[in-house]
Design a protein around this ligand. Sequence first.
Ligand SMILES: Nc1nc2c(ncn2[C@@H]2O[C@H](COP(=O)(O)OP(=O)(O)OP(=O)(O)O)[C@@H](O)[C@H]2O)c(=O)[nH]1
Length: 438
Amino acid sequence: MDSDEDVPQLEEVEDSPASSPGAGPSRPLERKKVPLTLLTGYLGAGKSTLLEYVLTADHGYRIAVCMNDFGDTTDIESKSLTLRDPSTGEQTSSFLSLPNGCLCCSFKDMGIAAIEEMAVQQGVDWVMVELTGVADPVPIARSFWENEEMGDLVLDGVVCVVDSRNVLKQLAEERPGGEVNECQKQVACADVILLNKTDLVTKSVLHQVESTIRSINPTLRVFFTVRSRIPLEGMFNVRAYSSDVSDPPSFLSLSLSSSERSERFETQADPALAPASPQPRPPRRHSHGHSHSHAHPPHYDGITTALIPLPNLSPTQFDALNTFLDSTMSRTRSVTSGLGGDVNVDVPVPGPAPEILRTKGLFRRADGREYVLQGVTDLFEIKELHKKHPHPHRPDGRSTEPGEPAHEQHVEPKIVFIGKGVDHRLNESLHTWLNLHA
Ligand SMILES: Nc1nc2c(ncn2[C@@H]2O[C@H](COP(=O)(O)OP(=O)(O)OP(=O)(O)O)[C@@H](O)[C@H]2O)c(=O)[nH]1
């Protein structure tokens, strides 16, 4: 095995005075990072429609949108700007400054470092990078996540737009050798999804689309949209790859017993776009009766999910969990590298190795300390969570009185694996392994 590809080990992040609970804002001397969102979606799903909205609407955000090419956006009244390398004075990239304060940049000619430079120099609130319709977002998300050139940028999450009318067909498209298709990968690796073009489908189709999407990736924030019209706050601050260990990623609020009820958002159809026939309503809340203590039954040969509840961990179980993850990721690496064959693993998991695309989780030790797990393909990282702000509201939504203890949002410890060949064996093996090390 190439040592460069060694999976990062479980490391406890050291408590610096600035990051300790109760020590005030973490790292006060550091510049605030600019969050970056990756936008994916199959051909024709509605990505450009979303970007056009971002670039033209009066939403109050200053967003830099990076696209493969400017396309039709050059029609939008804009001012062309050029960015120069401060050391050489050479032109590094060009972009358009739009009337609502947003910027439109050509991603084709810009590396991550140039995007970072532009974001910092222009003082933008947010960066969105559009990936092309058939792009596999997994390696791109991974490279944005681990890239040192990100500097003052931080990957916030992956937003995927799907065409509700065609997505079931796109998910079912077969690839030679049973490869996972791009549409499945886009859904698997997304953190926020827009079920777009809801004006073109019936309520029952939309219901089917939602349950299929959730069976592939139960950690998603779901929005129902017409013309990709989404409240922008909904797709921002996802912190899905958060390395700021004072703010838990929002997927952690996913409840094991009620993930179907977890987060639902509906957007109003633009009346100007309303079809002549009555607008189908998005489905009401519903339950599929799934038990999340086991993997979902596969809907497609490709991607499945295991959502595994965890007990509070003893010190030996905490170490054992690291070994389990290390072994699981080594097996994934042997599949994705195409080398196959035996890998040196410490944990016996029956059956063929899964190809894991995304891993997320929260661990709690018996002493109450909590850790967030993030993983993309065979890379994973675990950081201790230092809660900065206990929840200022009571569970009934009312603010706490002065002196009354703040209520913390209760998050159940769990791991979510999303990938090909992920099934109940991972769940069973992990619990057997943890019991062995109790
Ligand atoms: N009826 C309907 N049409 C929509 C909606 N959203 C987008 N469209 C139309 O669908 C077509 C494709 O939308 P785009 O935004 O260009 O899709 P895209 O994902 O950028 O497509 P590519 O650039 O090919 O990947 C356009 O004609 C849009 O006007 C919607 O909610 N309802």
